[in-house]
Design a protein around this ligand. Structure first.
Ligand code: ARG
Length: 412
């Protein structure tokens, strides 16, 4: 029975009910939490007795734990009122599903942002341990995908940590953006009932039910994080090729071919990279839903559900699988050292040596370029010396950078 069944004589056509049904089962525990907050407000206004508040609270906790939503329910909001039974007949005073759904989605996004931060911290911790183990492992750094100058694998892994550490800032911001409460907005224009304001109440009822910026902020944080994970993934794919040969894929996180017996493929990294594209699409998709949408609530807004829920699911899975991959991958130090052994990677060092002798850089560049062209270039040092001489933010200070990153990432 729909919450609005008293308004009509006939029910919905089955095709229509099916089409309209909200893909919101995942919202149930969050809606129960938001409904508990609303029950406290009703009690504060004298509209629920002490006893009713206790019973409703307990029932909501049970529903959050046990579920009970069926396909006959239009959405989780209707399901909760149905599952509350007789107790549920008072719960909807002073609210609408329009403020209810935002209240629940805001709690969901706060939780999802927290979960993302935890997953990112786990991956960063593994990367820092690896960076420590590979602090002295020489490898070429690349620009334009051409060998450029010597770095260390530890330094490269720390660059990955920097990227995902910035994501922590974005998820913290997304969590803050989701905190204001829409309760009190009702359907769009508040309520005549003397309900106490929730903490952090949104200032305008029309905006409270129409706004989905907090969902955009979360989807952006996910998309940005995925773009970082996909860059890591792409490098892992390249490094796993015979052409690079910088790593061996672990059996825990690679798959074979159904036809080619010799193969092992970097599927985890590939799927992370693919999902980064889908994830960017979810952000653009919700922006397109919101663009030009008249205030206040319209059912178009129901489209936030699948975007946010699947973004969370994908990011959780990607972070967990990628963490396993990097924790179990075997780096081939000898191949990296071989790739860095070309003395020409020290041409810039040679020019900088001339600069310290008082030669203008452009003249020094010309002199070294000529020696490279003529095949008479002599490196001024080894790759290892070159790396050591490169102060922060270069690869010469990896251990210090690891210590500083560990301090930043340790739980506050
Ligand atoms: N299922 C809706 C959503 O996800 C909840 C609000 C519905 N409100 C309404 N009047 N139909 O946005």
């Amino acid at each position: 029975m729909a919450l609005w069944s008293d308004r009509v004589e006939k029910g919905l056509a089955p095709e229509v009910a099916e089409f309209l049904r909200a893909p919101d089962r995942e919202l149930l525990p969050y809606d129960c939490a938001a409904t508990k907050q609303h029950a406290v407000r009703l009690h504060g206004a004298g509209l629920l007795s002490d006893d009713e508040l206790v019973q409703i609270t307990e029932a909501l906790e049970r529903i959050a734990r046990e579920g009970g939503v069926t396909d006959a329910d239009e959405d989780v909001h209707s399901a909760i009122e149905r599952l509350l039974g007789e107790l549920g007949r008072k719960i909807h005073a002073g609210r609408s599903r329009n403020d209810q759904v935002v209240a629940a989605m805001r709690l969901y996004v706060q939780d999802a942002s927290e979960e993302a931060s935890e997953g990112i911290r786990r991956l960063a911790t593994v990367l820092l341990d690896l960076a420590d183990a590979e602090a002295e492992t020489l490898m070429p750094g690349y620009t334009h995908m051409q060998r450029a100058q010597p770095v260390t694998l530890g330094h490269h892994l720390l660059a990955w940590v920097e990227m995902i550490e910035r994501d922590l800032t974005r998820f913290a911001a997304a969590k803050v953006c989701a905190q204001p409460s829409p309760l009190g907005a009702g359907a769009l224009a508040g309520s005549t009932l003397p309900l106490p304001a929730p903490a952090n109440q949104m200032r305008n009822s029309l905006d409270a039910v129409a706004d989905r910026d907090f969902a955009l902020d979360y989807l952006y944080a996910v998309a940005a994080c995925f773009s970082h994970l996909s860059r890591v993934a792409s490098e892992l794919c390249l490094w796993a090729t015979a052409e690079y040969g910088f790593l061996r894929l672990p059996e825990e996180a690679a798959t074979g071919s159904s036809m080619m017996p010799q193969k092992l493929n970097p599927d985890v990294a590939e799927l992370v990279r693919g999902k980064a594209g889908t994830s960017a699409g979810r952000l653009v998709g919700l922006l397109a839903v919101l663009k030009g949408l008249p205030l206040a609530y319209n059912t178009d807004l129901q489209e936030d559900k699948e975007a946010v829920f699947s973004a969370r699911r994908d990011l959780r899975g990607a972070l967990a699988a990628l963490t396993v991959l990097v924790a179990t991958v075997e780096f081939r130090r000898e191949r990296m050292v071989e790739a860095v052994s070309d003395p020409q990677l020290l041409a810039t060092d040679a020019a900088e040596k001339l600069v310290t002798e008082g030669i203008p850089f452009r003249d020094a560049y010309g002199e070294i370029a000529r020696s490279v062209r003529e095949g008479s270039f002599v490196p001024p040092s080894s790759a290892a010396d070159s790396v050591k001489a490169r102060v922060a933010p270069g690869p010469g200070a990896v251990r210090e950078a690891i210590t500083a990153a560990r301090a930043r990432l340790s739980p506050e």
